[in-house]
Design a protein around this ligand. Structure first.
Ligand code: NAD
Length: 249
């Protein structure tokens, strides 16, 4: 729906490419001004260049660092004066065999996917709760529900389970302030993340998906845009599957 988000300011992490870029573009199409945050500034600037008619800003940020997160919010509030929609999409994927996962690799995945999502939520709520408006959408994964049986490593799956739990905890916490917190749980989706798995693996996994194919990033973005809008005004603490039927619960 066009212009549903007019006058709102959205911040999307990991939006230099893939699902995050598609989300930033969908929110801008629906009327929001968007801040595009990523460790990859060049990619973030490319995303900004694709935004039509709305204000967009590329910001370098690593969500795993607390200082970086607080300075990101200072920048957004200085530039836009408000924040209405936060989408925590930044994430890293690993498929290492559980017996080969080092403590350092475990920590690196958790630092971005779990701690980064929490820090971004905490700062958003510090801003949103006093104003009594705003919404957060976290990007989880089917792996966070299934344990990652299709492809993902144990640390990736566990980090996305954290995202799911965090979504529910914060939804309860922020509801009295009229803040909604939801998540999408994508199944395998066509991005650089899954391109790295190789054609044979992707064909095999696609064969396990009832709809017989991977998702398109725009199909994830449409659900996020809906959750960000007032049309989803009575939905909070929900984890929305967008996975072609890979898991049904
Ligand atoms: P991608 O690897 O193509 O893009 C991820 C983006 O996040 C990149 O631009 C990267 O630079 C950025 N990023 C990584 N670490 C960051 C950090 N510390 N701070 C800020 N930005 C950072 O991935 P994608 O496939 O577009 O996935 C996006 C999200 O969706 C991730 O959270 C991923 O776990 C999740 N997801 C993806 C799939 C899939 O099949 N592609 C499935 C389920 C869930």
């Amino acid at each position: 729906m066009q212009d549903d988000l007019t006058g709102r300011v959205a911040l999307v992490t990991g939006a230099a490419r893939g699902i995050g870029r598609a989300i930033a573009l969908a929110l801008a199409r629906d009327g929001a001004d968007v801040a595009v945050a990523d460790t990859d500034l060049g990619g973030a600037q490319e995303t900004v260049g694709l935004v039509k008619r709305r204000r967009a800003l590329a910001v370098t940020a690593d969500v795993s660092y607390e200082d970086c997160v607080t300075s990101l919010y200072s920048t957004i509030l200085a530039e836009f004066g408000r924040l209405d929609i936060l989408v925590n999409n930044a994430g890293i994927f690993k498929m290492t065999d559980p017996l080969q996962v080092t403590a350092a690799e475990w920590d690196s995945v958790m630092a971005v996917n779990a701690r980064g999502t929490f820090l971004m939520c905490r700062e958003a709520l510090r801003h949103m709760m006093p104003s009594g408006r705003g919404t957060i959408i976290n990007v989880a994964s089917t792996a966070g529900k299934s344990g990652g049986s299709v492809m993902a490593g144990v640390h990736y799956a566990a980090s996305k389970a954290v995202v799911i739990c965090l979504t529910k905890s914060l939804a309860t916490y922020a509801a009295p302030s009229h803040i909604r917190v939801n998540a999408v749980a994508p199944g395998p989706t066509v991005t650089e993340m899954t391109a790295a798995w190789g054609e044979d693996t992707n064909a095999r996994i696609a064969g396990q998906i009832p709809l017989g194919r991977y998702g398109d990033p725009r199909e994830i973005a449409e659900v996020v845009a809906f959750l960000a809008s007032d049309r989803a005004g009575f939905i909070t603490g929900e984890i929305v599957d967008v996975n072609g039927g890979l898991i049904m619960d």
